[in-house]
Design a protein around this ligand. Structure first.
Ligand code: GAR
Length: 190
């Protein structure tokens, strides 16, 4: 049976779009909706372009996620995929979707994770610490920020000449290459 994926995204949505396109061509799963906590998130435009239903939920709805849960049920969602989603996932969702919420983090966890560590902040911290390598971590979400079981990691070199922008570009390449297929592997291994 084809599984249904909901994507949560707060920003540009380049990962969300890669995931939508990957599963468009597959019968293992499909993206059925994209939710955001930001009404202006470009991720919502990208989803609309591919005819995927979108929904904006303001901050207070994520604190008491009754409406979000109802929507996930309406769409028969099996898996939640976070793609640049910058809010903490409500406990109620973690309980409803045990080992079915997948996140990508733009560093090699457990380093450079936790509160405030997202997007550019992560790359700045990695460069300031003069790390020789960084990478991506795909993991299940549990109650703690960035601490669920790791599913997959990939590395890239950090050069002395790298800036947060150039490192972000390398990381995005890895994310686009590995996130859709790692999600698919999780789904088909069930
Ligand atoms: C990605 O690099 C993702 O790893 C990061 O936000 C970016 C979103 O890019 N997520 C986090 O930092 C979560 N802690 P996108 O909107 O182009 O997919």
């Amino acid at each position: 049976m084809r599984k249904n994926i909901a994507i949560f995204a707060s920003g540009s949505g380049s990962n969300a779009e890669k995931i939508i396109l990957h599963f468009n061509a597959k019968n293992t799963a499909q993206v059925v909706c994209v939710f955001s906590n930001k009404s202006e998130a470009y991720a919502l435009n990208r989803a609309k372009k591919h005819n995927i239903p979108t929904q904006f939920f303001p901050f207070k709805e994520w604190r008491t996620p009754t409406n979000i849960i109802q929507k996930l049920k309406d769409f028969n969602v099996d898996y939640i995929v976070l793609a640049g989603f910058l809010l903490k996932v409500p406990q109620a969702l973690i309980h409803l979707y045990p080992n079915r919420i997948i996140n990508i983090h733009p560093a090699l966890l457990p380093k450079y994770g936790g509160k405030g560590m997202y997007g550019e902040n992560v790359h700045k911290a990695v460069i300031e610490a003069k790390e020789k390598e960084s990478g991506i971590t795909i993991h299940f979400i549990d109650e703690d920020y960035d601490k669920g079981t790791t599913i997959f990691q990939a590395k890239c070199k950090v050069l002395p000449t790298d800036t947060p922008e150039s490192l972000a570009e390398k990381i995005h390449k890895l994310e686009h290459q590995y996130y859709p297929k790692t999600i698919e592997e999780v789904i088909i291994s069930e």
